[in-house]
Ligand binder design. Structure first.
Ligand SMILES: [Ca+2]
Ligand SMILES: [Ca+2]
Length: 303
């Protein structure tokens, strides 16, 4: 595998040299493709409005819970000619079961095209290569061989590059986790694309163009800041108090467990929107009886 990585990296690098040679003909319009993850809701996980995943280990029905995640590329201009996506996470969460989708997001053209899915268990990372190029002298000399495929889907959400599982257990320590694309220029996440018909460009995503998937692991219900076992007005009050402190430049005054469950929209900060969502959930429960936060999130009332 190492060999293929090295070969592909060197091919991509030689393409970058080509790009530099013709750079004068190319005007950068700021366009870049993006990569992203989307997790699927399941028994032990809630997907928050921001896409962040919430895991309450106290309520989890399984000792080991499987979060299914899809990896996508968005390339509205359909310029990509090849990509390597590599991602990893904290050792407390295991990444496994990497699969290619039934419908590939790219048009497949033989003989060059082959998707490769690999990973490294010890280092806890997964890789997707589109395509895994079969290297021959002739291929290298063919200036078009990178570009024998194109995005198939109109909506990239219908066409993941790959799916995988993230395993979270009751022993996973409380905390904020993230499945992150690996950003490095030597065999890490990279995309080769053609900004113009005769140009090719190597693009290395950053956190902005390839954001990670956030996973909050805690010991209590979403929004139950005081851990009373239900979500109500007291939790909204605690949330507003924490917000007030943050606004005044102080720390929230909450424990890490509380902070994770207070950020109910998962946008990374505790503020008035979170308090509003907590109150909405409280009144939703009063109207509809014993429901879970998931149902509010899926309803139209959560925005
Ligand atoms: Ca409570
Ligand atoms: Ca928030």
């Amino acid at each position: 595998m190492k060999k293929i990585t090295a070969v592909l990296a060197s091919v991509l690098i030689s393409a970058a040299t080509l790009s530099a040679m013709s750079a004068s003909a190319y005007e950068d319009d700021g366009y870049s493709p993006t990569l992203y993850f989307k997790a699927q809701e399941s028994e032990d996980f809630i997907i928050l409005n921001s896409g962040k995943v919430y895991y309450n280990k106290t309520a989890a029905k399984n000792d080991e819970s499987t979060l299914n995640v899809n990896t996508y590329v968005r390339d509205d201009k359909k310029l990509i000619g090849g990509l390597i996506a590599r991602w990893q996470t904290d050792p407390a969460i295991k990444l496994t079961n990497l699969k290619q989708p039934e419908t590939l997001p790219y048009y497949v053209s033989e003989p060059y095209y082959k998707v490769s899915l690999t990973g490294n268990k010890d280092k806890n990372f997964l890789n997707v290569y589109y395509p895994q190029i079969t290297m021959t002298e002739q291929n290298v000399k063919d200036p078009n061989y990178h570009f024998y495929f194109d995005v198939t889907g109109e909506n990239t959400d219908d066409y993941p590059l790959a799916s995988f599982d993230a395993l979270v257990t009751k022993d996973t320590p409380t905390g904020e986790y993230s499945v992150d694309f690996i950003y490095d220029n030597l065999g890490g996440t990279q995309m080769l694309y053609k900004p113009t018909a005769d140009d090719r460009k190597l693009f290395y995503p950053t956190e902005e163009t390839a954001p990670g998937l956030k996973i909050g692991v805690t010991d209590r219900l979403l929004g139950d800041i005081d851990n009373s076992g239900n979500v109500d007005g007291s939790d909204a009050t605690l949330c507003l108090k924490a917000f007030g402190k943050i606004v005044n430049g102080q720390s929230s005054g909450l424990t890490p467990e509380q902070e994770i469950c207070a950020d109910v929209d998962g946008n990374g900060s505790i503020d008035g929107s979170d308090a509003t969502l907590i109150l909405k959930y409280f009144s939703y429960q009063l109207s509809f009886g014993d429901t879970d936060f998931n149902e509010l999130i899926k309803s139209n009332l959560n925005k």
